[in-house]
Write a protein that binds this ligand. Structure first.
Ligand code: PLP
Length: 429
């Protein structure tokens, strides 16, 4: 008689659980992570380990400006990796020199220093400010309330939000925070020790608030009058996200006197490398000479690999006119978010932002979201995850949209439809 051998149990691979377990055991728990384990991406979509697809309207917090797995980035990485990945800043390399030129061409006459992240780029600007005021004993940098400038000791000191400083006292001295978009308050705050003012052109983490044109022009005049440096943090709002290379170029477009505006220093990171780590700061001439040999440095900053990627990204953005896309599709998205605010005022308070840096501000006290320990923004973002869309919360009420610059009109429409689905469910819940 033939023996009946039972089939072996199928191998159940619960990657979600096993990867989560790796994190619990091995990774410093400094992030509040969503319950999503992502494995790969293509264009504006990412996939989790269970094969679910998500429209990525966050781009890794304004980083993946060409979406995921873009062939031009892959090609730049592989071509350069086969040639020269790294040699240190003891030597000259072509990609770094060319990239510096391309960045300066888009900003204004000046020179560029390369770092690896936004916080590091800002640290360089803080050091520049200290050097600038050193011989006169000036060192203080004024930044804005609700600003965000990174997580290093200098970054948290500069950031105008208490939550990033808590538990890390004593905080580095030399920073004070002043209300944003309030020129008179800034004027009043200047002390004999003040050497610089640093602002974001559009506050990102603080809730998607653009600077007004009057504020920017007023700060420039104030800095000139008081011999202060005007430093701008373009880490999140830069790199064409607003429809122009830098946010101040978009905000001041067509504004009398706007064409002459330039900050004295400007930090960049995030979209500059499209996901490959790179940061940079640009300095207006002749400030660059303040950072002479031996004053500042970075092992990896401006490595040929990172610069080759950044150069290719600029080429793609320019050839495909993705700046125009961020502007026109950004305007469309904003109109749609405004429509949601008009149609569902009990859920959506208003739309915020500019270009592809948008915020959906949720109404206070939405009954369907009451009674949870999570903020309204977090609950909204989680509900979007459940129907396949990634967005980023900012503060308690704001859901940020920071899509890739090559988002298609169909994808934008898909995103709005899904957001409306969540909004509608909150009205009727
Ligand atoms: N500056 C701004 C405006 C940012 O939004 C961020 C990050 O979110 C940073 C600086 C810090 O950049 P990084 O995380 O690359 O250090």
């Amino acid at each position: 008689m033939k023996e009946i051998v039972p089939a072996p149990p199928s191998i159940v691979r619960n990657e979600q659980e096993s990867i989560r377990a790796l994190f619990t055991k091995n990774v410093v728990p400094s992030y509040g992570r969503f319950e999503l384990v992502l494995s790969h991406g293509e264009g504006s979509h990412v996939f989790d380990v269970n094969g679910r697809r998500y429209l990525d309207l966050g781009s890794g917090i304004a980083v993946c400006c060409l979406g995921h797995a873009h062939p031009a980035i892959t090609a730049a990485l592989t071509e350069q990796a086969q040639k020269l990945i790294h040699v240190s800043n003891l030597y000259f390399t072509e990609p770094q020199g060319r990239l510096a030129g391309e960045l300066a061409r888009r900003i204004g006459p000046g020179r560029v220093f390369f770092a690896n992240s936004g916080a590091e780029a800002n640290e360089g600007l803080f050091k520049l400010a200290r050097k600038f005021g050193h011989d006169e004993g000036r060192f203080e940098i004024l930044t804005a309330i609700n600003s965000f400038h990174g997580r290093t000791m200098g970054g948290i000191a500069a950031t105008g939000q208490d939550k990033v400083k808590k538990g890390f006292e004593p905080i580095m001295t030399g920073f004070r925070h002043i209300p944003y978009n309030d020129l008179e308050a800034m004027r009043q705050a200047i002390s004999p020790a003040t050497v610089a003012i640093m602002i974001e052109g559009v506050q990102g983490e603080g809730g998607v608030t653009p600077a007004t044109a009057e504020y920017l022009l007023g700060l420039r005049a104030l800095c000139d009058e008081k011999k202060l440096l005007l430093l701008m943090d373009g880490v999140q709002c830069g790199h064409y996200r607003t429809g122009k290379f830098q946010s101040f170029q978009r905000i001041l477009e067509g504004v009398p006197g706007g064409e002459k505006f330039l900050p004295d220093g400007l930090s960049m990171a995030k979209s500059l490398g499209g996901g490959f780590p790179i940061g940079a700061f640009w300095l207006r001439e002749p400030l660059a000479d303040l950072l002479g040999p031996g004053t500042h440095g970075s092992t990896f900053g401006g490595t040929p690999l990172a610069c080759a990627v950044a150069l290719r990204i600029l080429e793609v953005i320019e050839t495909e006119k993705l700046d125009e896309r961020a502007r026109t599709l950004g305007d469309w998205l904003q109109h749609e978010l405004e429509r949601l605010a008009r149609t569902y005022p009990g859920v959506v308070k208003r739309a915020r932002g500019i270009g592809f840096m948008l915020g959906l501000e949720l109404a206070e006290n939405i009954p369907a979201l009451a009674g949870s320990s999570q903020t309204a923004a977090l609950q909204f973002v989680n509900r979007l995850h459940a129907i396949g869309v990634l967005t980023i919360p900012a503060g308690t009420q704001i859901v940020r949209l920071l899509p890739p610059l090559n988002l298609s009109p169909q994808e934008a429409a898909e995103g709005i439809a899904k957001i409306e689905e969540v909004v509608k469910a909150l009205v009727t819940a």
